[in-house]
Structures are given as structure tokens and as C-alpha cells.
Design a protein around this ligand. Structure first.
Ligand SMILES: Nc1ncnc2c1ncn2[C@@H]1O[C@H](COP(=O)(O)OP(=O)(O)OP(=O)(O)O)[C@@H](O)[C@H]1O
Ligand SMILES: [Mg+2]
Length: 356
């Protein structure tokens, strides 16, 4: 196996400023793209910071630092994938995401896992040393649970077993064309994500034994926090095998997005929907104005449809597509203003736009 610890200069040096990527800085950068989810951001930022530092600290102190793979739990459309993708960009390490369900649909789990790791190497432009510091995001690990009544050797469980070794750190042989290389997964950070529908109920029933009750004037806040904590036994009862949950020591929870957060998502991030459509209109020489009330109405619709933030784009499209359709043929349109989802836009015309 190649000695990846050798002190040769990496083909891809870490981006300048890596040393200054403290958890706080990471959170600040996440904030530019992901709205809310402050607790999850902090947990993820600390894990990412440790990930960047682990190799160096291990070398300096002689203490081998165990890796803290992360489990992200949150409802569909709450920003799990977005958060991990953004994190990969911030850290400047190769990043791949894959659906755990994709692994269950193959009979050759080992090969499917190899393919994921091969993509990580590809993301590192073939640089194994860089890939060995990368991040693998495995989405939908909650779907790996054994369904009630299913045989013990269910496919989901088989995938959990296959993942165990890679998550802990092992040598995986990657066969590309006629060559084969060993990839050491010891330094790769695994982030697992899932909606874990039904976990609340599991926690509720587990609590009947494990509940820590407040005796008199105890600090309620601390107790509530402890009781709200997702314990490995909860994940076990949910259907993940103990060895698997044991390798995910860091758990971060994302909340369902509330109305206010949905509104902020449409307007605040650098690439927010509103900004995207304003840019699209501006490219036609037209100013787009959307009143606050419209965003409130859109948020209410998204809540009603239970699509999380994912539904916002479709709703937005529905709103503006009719105008986007006619604008290119109507050079005298200068401004489009929406005051409600339920009334048509106000269109202001002027002298024809230049060039049209
Ligand atoms: N907190 C957030 N801040 C900004 N945008 C968000 C947020 N949550 C979701 N979105 C938007 O919604 C889309 C879907 O989010 P994402 O794919 O991250 O959801 P998810 O939690 O991974 O859902 P699933 O469990 O269904 O995979 C994103 O592309 C993004 O535009
Ligand atoms: Mg996702």
C-alpha cells in the first residue's frame, strides 16, 4: 500500500486560510447559504474543524484521534444535503454524496461502496492523499433499517455492515481500468443523513424507562436537553444496528422549517430564489418587485403541502412563469410587481428596452 503519510507536497495544497477555518468561521460561511438550523451548524462545524485538524494533531501529540463521523437527523427538505454540500465547498476537501438506498438495491454492496469512494478519488482529481481527507455524505441511512418482520439478513442491515468497516477506517481496493489502488478510509469523514420518520415515537416510548425526571427545583432546561438528546438506544430501537450507531458518535438535529425560516430562505441567502429571479428579470432589462406578503403566502402554501423548502421553487416558478413567458416579446415592460399570490402582477411599461 502506498505510504500516504509521506511528507510530499500535495498536488492540491489546502486552500489558503485553512488554518483559520475555526468552527465559528465555518458557521459564518454556512450562514451564507443555509438559513436557521443553528444547533446543527455548530455541531457540524466542530466536527469539520476536528476533521481538518485531526491529522496534524495526531502527528504532533502522538495521540491517535478517533474520528467523529456525524449523523444528521432532520425532516425532508430541511437542509441536510444543502448543509453538507456547502460544508464540502467551505473546507476545500473533496466531497461526494450518495444515497444509502442506492446501495441496498445492488447485490454487490462492496462494489457499490467502491464506486462511491472512486468518485471521491475522482473529485480529488485522482489524488489519493487528498481523497483520504475527504468527506462522504451518505443520505437516507434511515432507510437501512430492518423492516419489522424482515429477516435478520435484510439488505439494509447488510449495507450497514458493509459500511461499518469503511466508516471506521479500512483499506478499500479501487479497481480502475487495469490498475488497482488501495484507499485508506481512516481519515475520511462520513456524514450520514436521514429523516428518521417515527424516531420521535421511538424516543417517546424509550423514555418511559430512561426519562430523567426533575426532582423539585432542578434545572429544567438541562433535563429537557438531556431528554431531547437522541440516544444510541433510540436509533437501535428505530432499526439501526448497534455497531452502526456506535460509529456515529456525533448527532446533529435539524428542525422542521417554520414559516419565518421559509420566508428567509426565499430572500436572504446569496443565491436565494428571489435574487435568482431578480437576476433573471434584470437580464431582460426588467425590474422584479415582490412584496413581503407574497413570501408569507408562499411560505404558508409550502407548509400546507409539507414539502419543506423544496416546494418553494415550484411555487415561485408558478408565480412568475406567466410573466417570464411574455416579457421577451414585450420590450416596453419595465417593471413587474407582485403584491399577492392570488392577484396578477402589476406591470409598468415605458419606452422599449434597449436592443430589444
Ligand atoms: N435551511 C435551509 N436554508 C436554505 N435553503 C434550504 C434550507 N433547507 C432547505 N433548503 C432548500 O431546499 C432544498 C432542499 O433541501 P435539502 O436537499 O438540503 O433537504 P434535505 O434535508 O436533504 O431533504 P431530504 O431528507 O428529502 O433529502 C435545497 O436545495 C434548498 O434550496
Ligand atoms: Mg437530502
Amino acid at each position: 500500500m502506498p505510504d500516504t503519510t509521506a511528507d510530499t507536497p500535495a498536488a492540491h495544497p489546502p486552500p489558503t486560510g485553512t488554518a483559520r477555518l475555526t468552527p465559528r468561521v465555518i458557521v459564518r460561511q454556512l450562514n451564507q447559504h443555509v438559513v436557521g438550523q443553528d444547533d446543527a451548524k455548530k455541531v457540524l462545524a466542530v466536527a469539520a474543524y476536528n476533521h481538518l485538524r485531526r491529522r496534524q494533531t495526531s502527528a504532533e501529540s502522538g495521540v491517535r484521534l478517533a474520528k467523529n463521523n456525524v449523523l444528521l437527523i432532520g425532516p425532508s427538505g430541511s437542509g441536510k444535503t444543502l448543509m453538507c454540500e456547502t460544508l464540502g465547498r467551505i473546507l476545500g476537501v473533496p466531497f461526494v454524496s450518495a444515497d444509502a438506498t442506492g446501495l441496498t438495491q445492488t447485490r454487490f454492496i462492496g462494489e457499490a461502496l467502491e464506486a462511491v469512494l472512486q468518485r471521491l478519488v475522482d473529485a480529488a482529481d485522482g489524488d489519493f492523499a487528498l481523497a483520504e481527507r475527504g468527506i462522504v455524505f451518505l443520505d437516507e441511512v434511515d432507510k437501512l433499517k430492518a423492516a419489522p418482520g424482515e429477516s435478520r439478513a435484510s439488505n439494509g442491515e447488510a449495507v450497514q455492515h458493509a459500511l461499518l468497516r469503511a466508516m471506521e477506517g479500512s483499506l478499500v481496493r479501487l479497481r480502475a481500468l487495469d490498475t488497482s489502488h488501495w484507499l485508506d478510509t481512516t481519515g475520511i469523514l462520513f456524514i450520514c443523513g436521514g429523516a428518521f420518520v417515527g424516531l420521535e415515537e421511538v424516543m417517546e416510548s424509550n423514555r418511559s424507562y430512561g426519562f430523567i425526571s426533575a426532582g423539585g427545583g432542578d434545572d429544567r432546561a438541562i433535563l429537557d436537553r438531556l431528554n431531547a438528546r437522541i440516544k444510541p438506544t433510540d436509533l437501535f430501537a428505530f432499526g439501526l444496528i448497534p455497531e452502526f450507531t456506535g460509529r456515529l458518535p456525533v448527532v446533529a438535529r435539524l428542525d422542521a422549517l417554520d414559516r419565518d425560516t421559509l420566508i428567509r430562505i426565499m430572500t436572504e441567502p446569496a443565491d436565494a430564489l428571489y435574487r435568482q429571479y431578480q437576476a433573471m428579470f434584470a437580464a431582460e432589462g426588467v425590474r422584479l418587485d415582490i412584496a413581503e406578503r407574497v413570501f408569507e403566502e408562499l411560505a404558508d402554501l409550502a407548509l400546507e403541502y409539507r414539502t419543506g423548502a423544496r416546494g418553494l421553487r415550484g411555487l415561485f416558478e408558478e408565480l412568475v412563469t406567466p410573466v417570464l413567458y411574455v416579457i421577451p416579446d414585450q420590450p416596453e415592460v419595465r417593471q413587474v410587481a407582485f403584491t399577492s399570490v392570488y392577484t396578477g402582477p402589476t406591470i409598468t411599461r415605458g419606452p422599449p428596452r434597449g436592443g430589444a
